[in-house]
Design a protein around this ligand. Structure first.
Ligand code: PNW
Length: 449
């Protein structure tokens, strides 16, 4: 009988990001981030929401750690806001900003929860947008390396695991090409490709900075959102096609990081829009890492196709394909099996699911409970797929649900709720949803219940 068990050391966690949960972005001497500036421009964010309050974690972190403890989390993935610590991006340190993260880390450890910081989750110091054009410039990547070196030297006595950057495509393409995210620019193809390369360079410089400055051996990875390719049905031809599609989707990020070079098909395809880079930078970008984090939400179904140049075809979705409460959030739990499997087959890496979860139309009912059976079933199917992976000895080491609590969902503002814990934005009161009670039992049993 399959009892849907996970390995004893499987790391159950939940994730958030600084700008989305903390609130009070200018408190205690912090400088503005590009997301602070962007979200205060009328018309950029649904309902003109902004991050001024977030979920208020900056003031309520102790209460939130108690909720994590109630859940039984083994690890908390949070991000460190660069402009709280370096208000100008470089130069003078704001001690109070650093102190906040030291307090949070101490509180987590005192409650038996491992801190898993992400060094960059999109909130770039606005000063670096102004001085360098943000991710358009390699100077921003260099400044990131310096920031990471400094923070590592201050927290590495209590931190072992680090994520460098979160979702390169979202802080580069979505910010500088489509302009839906900060800083809201619409640049040409070559300039955009340069931002992506500079994001990879920032990752590599951060890996080196952590290795050089950590006072005890560090484990390092990044959190990436890849094209989560899934064979549309499981015959050998479709599985091979999906693996190729997965690698193609990673061509300008994970491939250079894990193989040391941009792939030929990508260079040919990019033609004159290939970014400026040096051999030295490719060495930095491919600095060895310990694991890959995958942020996976929605599938791309792939079918073998002998008539296409690389033997695969990513399928269109029919209208009416089931979704959660977000345009792009199509339901397809197979990603929690296939992503760790392809990461192993292509590059032999350990992996964590660093984000998975969904937005749902949560309502507090009259009895004070939030019955998010839709989110619960979404998560349950994903856990079953992850369990399939670990049962086949695929090195999937842990799972961070996005998100611990409702928060600022970027351009969608506060109406799209992703949390296990409901936040009343009038009072900042927290209420665990039904999905949180379910997750607590999964963690307790170390099995899908
Ligand atoms: C991730 N897509 O972003 C981020 O890391 C989180 O900060 C965010 O809150 C979460 O997922 C939910 O959106 C994504 O278009 C942004 O497919 C866009 C997509 C996926 C993830």
């Amino acid at each position: 009988m399959n009892d849907f068990k996970f390995p004893a050391d499987f790391l159950w966690g939940a994730a958030t990001a600084s700008f989305q949960v903390e609130g009070y972005p200018l408190a205690d001497g912090a400088g503005p981030s590009n997301w602070h500036v962007f979200s205060h421009k009328p018309g950029t964010i649904a309902n003109d929401h902004n991050g001024d309050i977030g979920a208020g974690q900056y003031k309520k972190y102790k209460e939130d750690v108690q909720l994590m403890r109630w859940l039984g989390l083994k690890a908390y993935r949070f991000s460190i806001s660069w402009s709280r610590i370096f208000p100008e991006g470089t130069g003078k340190v704001n001690e109070a900003g650093l102190q906040y993260y030291q307090n949070l880390i101490d509180e987590l450890l005192a409650n038996g929860i491992e801190p898993w910081p992400t060094m960059f989750h999109w909130d770039l110091p606005q000063a670096l947008e102004d001085r360098f054009g943000g991710w358009q410039s390699k100077d921003t990547a260099k400044a990131f390396g310096d920031f990471v070196a400094y923070v590592t030297s201050k927290i590495s006595d209590r931190v072992t695991n680090y994520f460098t950057v979160n979702e390169i495509v979202c802080f580069t393409r979505s910010g500088y090409e489509s302009g839906v995210f900060a800083p809201g620019l619409k640049l040409g193809s070559k300039a955009v490709a340069q931002t992506v390369h500079n994001g990879c360079l920032a990752h590599g410089l951060a890996v080196q900075a952590i290795r050089a400055n950590a006072v005890k051996p560090a484990k390092i990875g990044l959190a990436e959102n890849m094209t989560a390719a899934v064979p549309v049905y499981e015959i050998e031809e479709n599985i091979n096609a999906a693996r190729t599609s997965f690698r193609h989707g990673c061509a300008d990020k994970l491939v250079p990081m894990l193989e040391g070079a941009y792939p030929d098909f990508w260079l040919e395809n990019m033609g004159g829009n290939v970014p400026e880079y040096t051999d030295e930078e490719m060495k930095i970008i491919s600095s060895p890492i310990d694991f890959v984090g995958s942020n996976i939400y929605a599938p791309t179904y792939v079918e073998a196709d002998d008539n296409s140049p690389f033997g695969f075809r990513n399928l269109e979705f029919p209208d009416g394909y089931p979704k959660m409460n977000m345009d792009w959030l199509r339901i397809g739990p197979g990603i929690s099996y296939w992503t760790p499997r392809f990461l192993k087959e292509l590059w032999g890496v350990d992996s964590y699911i660093t984000e998975n979860g969904c937005a749902a139309q949560d309502k507090m009912s009259l009895d004070g409970e939030v019955y998010d059976t839709d989110r619960l079933m979404y998560l349950r199917q994903h856990f079953l797929a992850a369990q399939r992976a670990v049962s086949e000895n695929i090195p999937l080491k842990g799972y961070f649900v996005w998100s611990l609590m409702d928060n600022f969902e970027w351009s969608s503002g506060y109406d799209k709720r992703f949390g296990l814990i409901y936040v009343n934005y009038q009072t900042l009161e927290r209420t665990p949803k039904l999905s949180a009670k379910f997750y607590r039992e999964v963690i307790k049993a170390n099995a899908v219940v």
